[in-house]
Design a protein around this ligand. Structure first.
Ligand SMILES: *Cc1c(COP(=O)(O)O)cnc(C)c1O
Length: 394
Protein backbone atom coordinates (compact mmCIF):
# COMPACT_ATOMS: atom_id res chain seq x y z
CA UNK A 1 0.00 0.00 0.00
CA UNK A 2 1.43 3.45 -0.87
CA UNK A 3 2.39 5.32 2.32
CA UNK A 4 -0.33 7.91 1.89
CA UNK A 5 -3.05 5.23 1.77
CA UNK A 6 -1.51 3.40 4.75
CA UNK A 7 -1.65 6.67 6.71
CA UNK A 8 -5.30 7.12 5.80
CA UNK A 9 -6.09 3.50 6.73
CA UNK A 10 -4.54 4.09 10.16
CA UNK A 11 -6.69 7.18 10.60
CA UNK A 12 -9.78 5.15 9.71
CA UNK A 13 -8.76 2.44 12.19
CA UNK A 14 -8.49 5.07 14.90
CA UNK A 15 -12.04 6.27 14.14
CA UNK A 16 -13.32 2.68 14.43
CA UNK A 17 -11.32 2.01 17.60
CA UNK A 18 -13.00 4.99 19.30
CA UNK A 19 -16.47 3.70 18.35
CA UNK A 20 -16.92 6.85 16.24
CA UNK A 21 -17.50 5.08 12.93
CA UNK A 22 -20.62 6.11 11.01
CA UNK A 23 -22.36 3.66 8.69
CA UNK A 24 -25.15 4.16 6.16
CA UNK A 25 -28.24 2.02 5.73
CA UNK A 26 -29.93 1.99 2.31
CA UNK A 27 -33.68 2.64 2.47
CA UNK A 28 -35.80 1.00 -0.23
CA UNK A 29 -39.03 2.96 0.21
CA UNK A 30 -39.94 6.66 0.22
CA UNK A 31 -39.10 8.58 3.40
CA UNK A 32 -42.06 7.91 5.71
CA UNK A 33 -42.54 6.79 9.32
CA UNK A 34 -42.73 3.14 8.14
CA UNK A 35 -39.79 2.35 5.87
CA UNK A 36 -38.19 -0.77 4.46
CA UNK A 37 -34.41 -0.97 4.51
CA UNK A 38 -31.97 -3.12 2.56
CA UNK A 39 -32.36 -6.73 3.71
CA UNK A 40 -36.14 -6.32 3.73
CA UNK A 41 -36.67 -5.29 7.34
CA UNK A 42 -39.57 -2.91 8.05
CA UNK A 43 -38.78 -0.31 10.68
CA UNK A 44 -40.35 2.77 12.24
CA UNK A 45 -38.28 5.82 11.44
CA UNK A 46 -37.56 8.35 14.19
CA UNK A 47 -34.50 10.08 12.75
CA UNK A 48 -35.67 11.92 9.63
CA UNK A 49 -36.02 15.72 9.39
CA UNK A 50 -39.44 15.02 7.88
CA UNK A 51 -41.20 17.15 10.51
CA UNK A 52 -44.43 17.77 8.59
CA UNK A 53 -44.43 14.41 6.82
CA UNK A 54 -44.25 16.09 3.39
CA UNK A 55 -41.29 14.10 2.01
CA UNK A 56 -43.65 11.69 0.25
CA UNK A 57 -46.74 13.88 0.01
CA UNK A 58 -48.81 13.15 -3.14
CA UNK A 59 -49.32 16.86 -3.91
CA UNK A 60 -45.55 17.43 -3.94
CA UNK A 61 -44.93 14.39 -6.12
CA UNK A 62 -47.59 15.61 -8.57
CA UNK A 63 -46.10 19.12 -8.65
CA UNK A 64 -42.65 17.65 -9.33
CA UNK A 65 -43.96 15.38 -12.10
CA UNK A 66 -45.82 18.23 -13.78
CA UNK A 67 -42.70 20.40 -13.70
CA UNK A 68 -40.67 17.52 -15.08
CA UNK A 69 -43.02 17.50 -18.08
CA UNK A 70 -43.30 21.27 -18.50
CA UNK A 71 -39.69 22.33 -17.65
CA UNK A 72 -37.57 19.20 -17.96
CA UNK A 73 -35.10 17.63 -15.58
CA UNK A 74 -32.44 20.25 -15.09
CA UNK A 75 -31.19 23.66 -16.18
CA UNK A 76 -27.63 22.71 -17.18
CA UNK A 77 -26.55 26.20 -16.20
CA UNK A 78 -25.88 28.47 -13.28
CA UNK A 79 -28.66 30.97 -12.67
CA UNK A 80 -27.14 34.05 -14.30
CA UNK A 81 -26.18 32.43 -17.61
CA UNK A 82 -29.31 30.51 -18.64
CA UNK A 83 -30.37 28.69 -15.47
CA UNK A 84 -33.26 30.83 -14.25
CA UNK A 85 -36.76 29.55 -15.01
CA UNK A 86 -40.07 31.19 -14.15
CA UNK A 87 -40.38 28.53 -11.43
CA UNK A 88 -37.19 29.71 -9.70
CA UNK A 89 -38.48 33.27 -9.58
CA UNK A 90 -41.88 32.10 -8.33
CA UNK A 91 -40.28 30.11 -5.51
CA UNK A 92 -38.03 33.01 -4.48
CA UNK A 93 -41.10 35.27 -4.33
CA UNK A 94 -43.04 32.59 -2.40
CA UNK A 95 -40.27 32.12 0.20
CA UNK A 96 -39.95 35.88 0.75
CA UNK A 97 -43.71 36.37 1.14
CA UNK A 98 -44.06 33.37 3.45
CA UNK A 99 -41.24 34.56 5.72
CA UNK A 100 -42.33 38.23 5.58
CA UNK A 101 -39.04 39.27 4.04
CA UNK A 102 -38.52 41.55 1.06
CA UNK A 103 -36.78 39.04 -1.20
CA UNK A 104 -35.04 35.68 -1.26
CA UNK A 105 -32.43 33.81 -3.27
CA UNK A 106 -32.06 30.05 -3.85
CA UNK A 107 -28.95 27.91 -3.39
CA UNK A 108 -28.26 24.24 -4.07
CA UNK A 109 -28.40 23.64 -0.30
CA UNK A 110 -28.52 25.63 2.91
CA UNK A 111 -24.92 24.53 3.37
CA UNK A 112 -24.19 26.69 0.31
CA UNK A 113 -26.40 29.55 1.47
CA UNK A 114 -24.45 29.68 4.73
CA UNK A 115 -21.20 29.14 2.87
CA UNK A 116 -21.90 32.10 0.60
CA UNK A 117 -23.69 34.66 2.75
CA UNK A 118 -20.83 36.07 4.84
CA UNK A 119 -17.99 36.78 2.44
CA UNK A 120 -19.80 39.37 0.26
CA UNK A 121 -21.37 41.19 3.22
CA UNK A 122 -18.65 41.23 5.84
CA UNK A 123 -15.08 42.27 5.10
CA UNK A 124 -12.02 43.30 7.09
CA UNK A 125 -13.76 46.29 8.69
CA UNK A 126 -16.63 44.14 9.95
CA UNK A 127 -17.27 41.77 12.85
CA UNK A 128 -19.20 38.49 13.04
CA UNK A 129 -20.39 37.39 16.48
CA UNK A 130 -21.35 33.73 16.34
CA UNK A 131 -22.89 31.23 18.78
CA UNK A 132 -20.41 28.48 19.66
CA UNK A 133 -22.86 25.71 18.70
CA UNK A 134 -23.77 27.06 15.26
CA UNK A 135 -24.02 24.60 12.39
CA UNK A 136 -20.85 23.50 10.58
CA UNK A 137 -21.93 25.36 7.42
CA UNK A 138 -22.04 28.66 9.35
CA UNK A 139 -18.61 28.02 10.80
CA UNK A 140 -17.25 27.33 7.31
CA UNK A 141 -19.02 30.36 5.83
CA UNK A 142 -17.56 32.64 8.48
CA UNK A 143 -14.09 31.22 7.81
CA UNK A 144 -14.44 32.29 4.19
CA UNK A 145 -15.00 35.94 5.11
CA UNK A 146 -12.27 38.34 6.13
CA UNK A 147 -14.31 39.79 8.98
CA UNK A 148 -13.10 39.74 12.58
CA UNK A 149 -14.61 36.76 14.40
CA UNK A 150 -16.10 36.64 17.87
CA UNK A 151 -17.66 33.59 19.48
CA UNK A 152 -20.10 33.52 22.37
CA UNK A 153 -20.93 30.51 24.56
CA UNK A 154 -24.11 28.74 23.43
CA UNK A 155 -27.16 30.79 24.39
CA UNK A 156 -25.11 32.89 26.86
CA UNK A 157 -26.49 36.43 26.54
CA UNK A 158 -23.91 37.93 28.95
CA UNK A 159 -21.13 36.54 26.82
CA UNK A 160 -22.88 37.77 23.67
CA UNK A 161 -23.03 41.28 25.10
CA UNK A 162 -19.36 41.14 26.08
CA UNK A 163 -18.39 40.05 22.56
CA UNK A 164 -20.59 42.76 21.01
CA UNK A 165 -18.90 45.44 23.13
CA UNK A 166 -15.52 44.13 22.12
CA UNK A 167 -16.49 44.09 18.45
CA UNK A 168 -17.89 47.62 18.65
CA UNK A 169 -14.82 48.71 20.65
CA UNK A 170 -12.58 47.94 17.69
CA UNK A 171 -14.63 50.31 15.55
CA UNK A 172 -16.18 47.68 13.35
CA UNK A 173 -18.28 49.01 10.46
CA UNK A 174 -20.92 46.25 10.34
CA UNK A 175 -21.57 43.87 13.20
CA UNK A 176 -23.73 40.77 12.78
CA UNK A 177 -24.95 38.29 15.39
CA UNK A 178 -25.27 34.80 13.96
CA UNK A 179 -27.29 31.96 15.46
CA UNK A 180 -29.09 28.79 14.59
CA UNK A 181 -32.80 29.30 15.37
CA UNK A 182 -32.82 25.81 16.88
CA UNK A 183 -29.68 23.95 17.98
CA UNK A 184 -30.12 20.61 16.30
CA UNK A 185 -28.26 18.35 18.73
CA UNK A 186 -30.29 19.58 21.71
CA UNK A 187 -33.59 20.87 20.29
CA UNK A 188 -32.97 24.15 22.16
CA UNK A 189 -34.27 27.45 20.79
CA UNK A 190 -32.03 30.50 20.38
CA UNK A 191 -33.05 33.32 22.74
CA UNK A 192 -34.11 35.56 19.91
CA UNK A 193 -35.97 38.19 21.92
CA UNK A 194 -32.81 38.80 23.99
CA UNK A 195 -30.64 38.70 20.89
CA UNK A 196 -32.90 41.31 19.24
CA UNK A 197 -32.57 43.59 22.29
CA UNK A 198 -28.77 43.27 22.30
CA UNK A 199 -28.58 43.77 18.54
CA UNK A 200 -30.56 47.01 18.84
CA UNK A 201 -28.41 48.22 21.74
CA UNK A 202 -25.19 47.60 19.81
CA UNK A 203 -26.41 48.37 16.29
CA UNK A 204 -25.89 44.85 15.06
CA UNK A 205 -27.64 42.87 12.35
CA UNK A 206 -29.08 39.43 13.12
CA UNK A 207 -28.67 36.37 10.92
CA UNK A 208 -30.66 33.28 11.88
CA UNK A 209 -30.35 29.83 10.30
CA UNK A 210 -33.82 28.37 10.73
CA UNK A 211 -33.33 24.94 9.13
CA UNK A 212 -34.85 23.11 12.11
CA UNK A 213 -37.82 25.47 12.45
CA UNK A 214 -39.18 26.82 9.16
CA UNK A 215 -42.48 25.16 8.32
CA UNK A 216 -43.37 23.96 11.80
CA UNK A 217 -42.33 26.49 14.47
CA UNK A 218 -44.14 29.78 15.12
CA UNK A 219 -47.28 31.20 13.54
CA UNK A 220 -47.97 29.44 10.19
CA UNK A 221 -44.57 27.77 10.57
CA UNK A 222 -42.69 31.01 9.88
CA UNK A 223 -39.97 29.89 12.25
CA UNK A 224 -38.17 31.04 15.36
CA UNK A 225 -38.43 34.81 14.72
CA UNK A 226 -42.23 34.43 14.51
CA UNK A 227 -42.19 32.32 17.67
CA UNK A 228 -40.19 35.02 19.47
CA UNK A 229 -42.27 37.84 18.00
CA UNK A 230 -39.27 39.63 16.49
CA UNK A 231 -37.87 40.39 13.06
CA UNK A 232 -34.37 39.45 11.95
CA UNK A 233 -32.28 40.89 9.12
CA UNK A 234 -31.20 37.72 7.37
CA UNK A 235 -32.82 34.28 7.46
CA UNK A 236 -31.24 31.20 5.94
CA UNK A 237 -33.05 27.91 5.58
CA UNK A 238 -33.42 24.62 3.76
CA UNK A 239 -35.93 22.92 1.49
CA UNK A 240 -34.46 19.61 2.66
CA UNK A 241 -36.21 19.28 6.01
CA UNK A 242 -39.81 20.24 6.86
CA UNK A 243 -40.45 21.92 3.47
CA UNK A 244 -40.60 18.69 1.50
CA UNK A 245 -37.28 17.10 2.38
CA UNK A 246 -35.81 17.26 -1.12
CA UNK A 247 -32.98 19.75 -1.64
CA UNK A 248 -32.15 23.41 -1.81
CA UNK A 249 -31.43 26.30 0.48
CA UNK A 250 -32.20 30.00 0.55
CA UNK A 251 -31.34 33.36 2.02
CA UNK A 252 -34.25 35.71 2.77
CA UNK A 253 -33.52 39.37 3.54
CA UNK A 254 -34.00 42.97 2.45
CA UNK A 255 -33.68 43.41 -1.30
CA UNK A 256 -30.21 45.05 -1.35
CA UNK A 257 -28.78 42.11 0.59
CA UNK A 258 -30.38 39.58 -1.77
CA UNK A 259 -29.26 41.62 -4.79
CA UNK A 260 -25.69 41.61 -3.50
CA UNK A 261 -25.88 37.83 -3.09
CA UNK A 262 -26.94 37.46 -6.73
CA UNK A 263 -23.88 39.45 -7.78
CA UNK A 264 -21.30 38.10 -5.35
CA UNK A 265 -22.21 34.88 -3.50
CA UNK A 266 -19.83 32.29 -4.84
CA UNK A 267 -21.92 29.11 -4.31
CA UNK A 268 -24.70 30.91 -6.23
CA UNK A 269 -22.52 32.17 -9.06
CA UNK A 270 -20.52 29.01 -9.63
CA UNK A 271 -23.01 26.17 -9.07
CA UNK A 272 -25.87 24.72 -11.09
CA UNK A 273 -29.45 25.97 -10.63
CA UNK A 274 -31.91 23.79 -8.69
CA UNK A 275 -33.82 21.31 -10.91
CA UNK A 276 -37.33 22.54 -11.86
CA UNK A 277 -39.19 19.52 -10.36
CA UNK A 278 -37.62 20.27 -6.97
CA UNK A 279 -38.47 23.96 -7.28
CA UNK A 280 -42.12 23.24 -8.16
CA UNK A 281 -42.45 20.77 -5.28
CA UNK A 282 -40.99 23.35 -2.88
CA UNK A 283 -43.64 25.92 -3.87
CA UNK A 284 -46.32 23.32 -3.09
CA UNK A 285 -44.57 22.45 0.19
CA UNK A 286 -44.74 26.07 1.33
CA UNK A 287 -48.46 26.18 0.46
CA UNK A 288 -49.04 23.08 2.60
CA UNK A 289 -46.85 24.40 5.42
CA UNK A 290 -48.61 27.76 5.48
CA UNK A 291 -52.03 26.06 5.64
CA UNK A 292 -50.69 23.33 7.93
CA UNK A 293 -52.00 24.23 11.39
CA UNK A 294 -53.37 20.68 11.64
CA UNK A 295 -49.96 19.19 10.77
CA UNK A 296 -48.24 21.42 13.34
CA UNK A 297 -50.79 20.41 16.00
CA UNK A 298 -50.21 16.72 15.28
CA UNK A 299 -46.44 17.22 15.41
CA UNK A 300 -46.69 19.01 18.77
CA UNK A 301 -48.98 16.27 20.14
CA UNK A 302 -46.53 13.58 19.05
CA UNK A 303 -43.61 15.39 20.68
CA UNK A 304 -45.57 15.80 23.91
CA UNK A 305 -46.65 12.14 23.91
CA UNK A 306 -43.11 10.88 23.36
CA UNK A 307 -41.58 13.21 25.96
CA UNK A 308 -44.06 12.27 28.66
CA UNK A 309 -43.95 8.51 27.93
CA UNK A 310 -40.14 8.45 27.90
CA UNK A 311 -39.85 10.53 31.07
CA UNK A 312 -42.32 8.19 32.79
CA UNK A 313 -40.21 5.22 31.68
CA UNK A 314 -37.23 6.80 33.46
CA UNK A 315 -35.14 8.12 30.57
CA UNK A 316 -33.13 11.33 30.80
CA UNK A 317 -34.30 13.75 28.09
CA UNK A 318 -33.23 17.28 27.33
CA UNK A 319 -36.17 19.45 28.35
CA UNK A 320 -38.05 21.45 25.74
CA UNK A 321 -40.88 21.58 23.25
CA UNK A 322 -39.11 20.92 19.98
CA UNK A 323 -39.78 17.67 18.03
CA UNK A 324 -36.04 16.98 18.33
CA UNK A 325 -35.99 14.92 21.55
CA UNK A 326 -32.54 13.76 22.66
CA UNK A 327 -32.34 10.71 24.93
CA UNK A 328 -29.15 11.24 26.94
CA UNK A 329 -26.87 8.20 27.40
CA UNK A 330 -23.31 9.41 28.11
CA UNK A 331 -20.78 7.22 26.33
CA UNK A 332 -20.57 6.78 22.55
CA UNK A 333 -20.55 2.99 22.84
CA UNK A 334 -23.77 2.92 24.85
CA UNK A 335 -25.52 5.19 22.33
CA UNK A 336 -24.42 2.91 19.51
CA UNK A 337 -25.43 -0.30 21.33
CA UNK A 338 -28.78 1.18 22.19
CA UNK A 339 -29.42 2.31 18.62
CA UNK A 340 -28.54 -1.10 17.20
CA UNK A 341 -30.71 -2.96 19.74
CA UNK A 342 -33.60 -0.59 18.99
CA UNK A 343 -33.12 -1.35 15.33
CA UNK A 344 -33.50 -5.06 16.13
CA UNK A 345 -36.82 -4.08 17.75
CA UNK A 346 -37.89 -2.28 14.57
CA UNK A 347 -37.13 1.29 15.70
CA UNK A 348 -34.73 3.25 13.53
CA UNK A 349 -32.87 5.91 15.51
CA UNK A 350 -29.30 7.18 15.40
CA UNK A 351 -26.71 7.64 18.13
CA UNK A 352 -24.84 10.95 18.17
CA UNK A 353 -21.47 11.21 19.85
CA UNK A 354 -18.19 13.11 19.78
CA UNK A 355 -17.25 15.11 17.74
CA UNK A 356 -20.86 15.99 16.88
CA UNK A 357 -21.70 16.46 20.59
CA UNK A 358 -19.28 16.92 23.54
CA UNK A 359 -17.48 13.86 24.94
CA UNK A 360 -19.55 12.09 27.62
CA UNK A 361 -22.80 13.53 26.25
CA UNK A 362 -23.58 10.86 23.69
CA UNK A 363 -27.24 10.52 22.97
CA UNK A 364 -29.90 9.12 20.71
CA UNK A 365 -31.55 12.01 18.96
CA UNK A 366 -35.16 11.18 18.17
CA UNK A 367 -37.21 13.34 15.82
CA UNK A 368 -40.96 13.32 15.70
CA UNK A 369 -43.03 13.82 12.55
CA UNK A 370 -46.61 14.87 11.96
CA UNK A 371 -46.88 11.64 9.97
CA UNK A 372 -46.30 9.45 13.05
CA UNK A 373 -49.48 8.05 14.59
CA UNK A 374 -50.04 7.82 18.33
CA UNK A 375 -49.47 4.06 18.10
CA UNK A 376 -46.13 4.67 16.31
CA UNK A 377 -45.07 6.86 19.23
CA UNK A 378 -46.24 4.28 21.77
CA UNK A 379 -44.40 1.49 19.93
CA UNK A 380 -41.19 3.53 20.17
CA UNK A 381 -41.65 4.11 23.90
CA UNK A 382 -42.21 0.36 24.48
CA UNK A 383 -39.10 -0.54 22.47
CA UNK A 384 -36.96 2.08 24.25
CA UNK A 385 -38.15 0.74 27.60
CA UNK A 386 -37.42 -2.91 26.69
CA UNK A 387 -33.95 -2.09 25.35
CA UNK A 388 -33.23 0.39 28.16
CA UNK A 389 -33.99 -2.28 30.78
CA UNK A 390 -31.78 -4.76 28.96
CA UNK A 391 -28.90 -2.29 29.08
CA UNK A 392 -29.59 -1.30 32.69
CA UNK A 393 -30.42 2.30 31.79
CA UNK A 394 -33.93 2.36 33.24
C1 LIG B 1 -29.50 20.81 7.83
C2 LIG B 1 -28.88 22.10 8.18
C3 LIG B 1 -28.14 22.82 7.24
C4 LIG B 1 -27.84 22.28 5.88
O1 LIG B 1 -28.98 22.28 5.08
P1 LIG B 1 -28.90 21.57 3.64
O2 LIG B 1 -29.95 22.23 2.84
O3 LIG B 1 -29.14 20.12 3.89
O4 LIG B 1 -27.53 21.82 3.13
C5 LIG B 1 -27.67 24.06 7.60
N1 LIG B 1 -27.88 24.56 8.84
C6 LIG B 1 -28.56 23.88 9.77
C7 LIG B 1 -28.77 24.47 11.13
C8 LIG B 1 -29.07 22.62 9.48
O5 LIG B 1 -29.72 21.93 10.40
Amino acid sequence: MPPVLADIAAELDAIRAQSLWKTERPILTPQEPHIRVAGGREVLNFCANNYLGLADHPALITAAKEALDSHGLGMASVRFICGTSDLHLALERRIADYLHMEDSILFAACFDANGGVFEPLFGEQDAIVSDALNHASIIDGIRLSKARRYRFANGDMDDLEKQLKEARGTGARRVVIVSDGVFSMDGYFAKLADIRRLADAHEALILVDDCHATGFIGDKGRGTPARAGIAVDILTGTLGKALGGSAGGYIAAARPIVDLMRQRARPYLFSNALPPPIVAAAIKAIDLAEEGDDLRARLADNAKRFRSGMAKAGFTLLAGEHPIIPVMLGEAKLAQDMASRLYEQGIYVTGFFFPVVPKGQARIRTQMSAAHTASDIDAAIVAFTTVGRGLGIV
